[in-house]
Design a protein around this ligand. Sequence first.
Ligand code: UDP
Ligand code: MG
Length: 243
Amino acid sequence: MLSKKKGVGQPTPFLSIVIPAYNEEENIKDVIEKSVEFGKKLGKPCEVIVVDDGSKDRTFHICKELAEKYPELRCIRHERNKGKAGALKTGFKEAKGEYIFYTDADNQYDINELLQYINLFGKYDILSGYRLNKAISPFRRFASWLYNVIARKLLGVKARDIECAFKVFRSKVIKNIPIKTKGFMVETEILARATVCGYSIHDIPVHHYARRKGKTAVSPLKEALRSLLGLYLIKKEILKIKK
Ligand code: UDP
Ligand code: MG
């Protein structure tokens, strides 16, 4: 199962699990332990990379403590908050796995649901989760629906649920995709660039759970307005690539 990267001599993990975390002290232990256990169930070498995005609480401290117990865990700290895009960018750069998966640090997804999709890993460049139920407020649910309709039309992205934080990439694919956006537009940028490059994207259904601990960093109205500007900027970037 352990493959070797050419010329490096270091074993390559099958899967890197990347987790961006900002002020998640109440959630991070659970998420890390579930990820480590998931690796054991999978029976293939996995690494877990937590990117602490400049948290002001004990998130990083908890990660460091757990890293002493779990050798497969690595914690990286941003000195200042860079937003979810910045955190994912760092995580993807650090990841050494053949496949790279990311999910949120707030227990809104269950990594165990990934087990049933393992046989799809080699078949597509990207597996993109879609939430069977969106455990968010009615306003955010509506905004998310509208956003997906506009983004799909404007950017030609075929994925059902662009912002779903449950995606798997072939390592080469995600490492080839530049991330220039900030904050929560990151999923849109990745899928838009992947579409232009002709990478295959396959939807996988996942459950979504209400956030029970900690606070969302999303301010719904502000984020809705920011998203419209973000879509315009991504479209401009994409047109540049197409020329
Ligand atoms: N996050 C981050 N940096 C930020 C804001 C959020 O790394 O500046 C992380 C956060 O800890 C979580 C994920 O991004 O793991 C999604 O954030 P959140 O749950 O606030 O968004 P929502 O699920 O409400 O869309
Ligand atoms: Mg969340």
